[in-house]
Design a protein around this ligand. Structure first.
Ligand code: IP8
Length: 263
């Protein structure tokens, strides 16, 4: 069964500048198109980012750098809080799917993954489903790291890489952005920034859509991750999450407005 992996960017589903500010209407607009993708015979996996439910607190307490013995007690509290905030965000996302009649199963990385970056440890077999099964949903999370570092931040973008490369029958990996049509040739808020329609890792990017708020790396991380996936998957795209029909155009026609990542 052809498989499609979709990352709902944290900047699409939350307002990144305000702590725990959900953009429910954006999730509600995307889910019917995901349903169309399922109904057209595809197995779908959904990964969502953290946005302001994860990055603000993680940045404040340096969680991406692991345990700092000087502030260990505060960090432990922050880990618990971010994990609980991420579950809250995940419940919001899941409730939109359930409201539209799509069965889901939540698989938080803290329960199945250890370590960060693309070489994190964890069994991905539970994500292999057929189109009639509940769709697995996971997200960027605080995960345990063996040794002194104790914990770290596993980005949903790194989960995308591993799934895109290792799971069978993946025909498309789609990264939905909240602030642009795809990768732009400059910061999207600057007048004159234009869409890069095709991108290959050797091309430098000046743009930095999210780097001020993201502890995991923003648009540059996404572009690098997408490029790794493009070595195994034909359709890897950065798309405007506010125009969700473009996902269906990629899946059914292999063409749309967005940035196609080439190998
Ligand atoms: O937004 C980050 O995941 P991402 C997860 O997918 C946390 O990079 C908890 C900040």
């Amino acid at each position: 069964m052809p498989r499609v992996i979709i990352k709902l960017g944290g900047g699409l589903i939350t307002d990144k500048s305000q702590y725990k500010h959900l953009k429910a209407e954006c999730i509600e607009a995307v889910v019917p198109i995901i349903k169309d993708i399922i109904d057209s015979g595809h197995s779908v996996i959904v990964i969502h980012g953290a946005g302001s439910f994860g990055h603000i607190e993680s940045r404040k307490w340096g969680l991406a750098d692991g345990c700092n013995p000087d502030i260990e007690a505060e960090q432990d509290e922050a880990v618990t809080k971010v994990r609980s905030d991420m579950l809250e965000l995940n419940h919001h996302v899941i409730s939109v799917f359930e409201a539209q009649g799509i069965d889901t199963e939540s698989l938080p990385p803290r329960n199945w993954a250890k370590g960060v970056g693309i070489s994190f440890g964890g069994d991905l077999a539970a994500f292999i489903r057929s189109p009639s099964d509940a769709i697995p949903i996971t997200f960027g999370d605080v995960v345990d790291i063996p040794g002194e570092q104790k914990f770290g931040i596993l980005s949903g973008d790194h989960i995308m890489v591993r799934m895109g490369i290792e799971l069978p029958d993946v025909i498309a990996c789609l990264f939905l952005l909240g602030d642009a049509d795809g990768l732009m040739d400059g910061p999207p808020w600057e007048p004159g920034a234009t869409l890069i329609e095709q991108w290959i890792a050797a091309d430098a990017i000046r743009a930095s859509h999210d780097s001020d708020t993201d502890v995991t790396g923003g648009i540059l991380l996404k572009a690098e991750c997408a490029s790794m996936i493009a070595s195994s998957v034909e359709q890897v795209w950065l798309l405007n999450g506010h125009k969700p029909k473009r996902m269906l155009e990629v899946v059914l026609e292999g063409e749309t407005v967005g940035t196609k990542i080439l190998n």
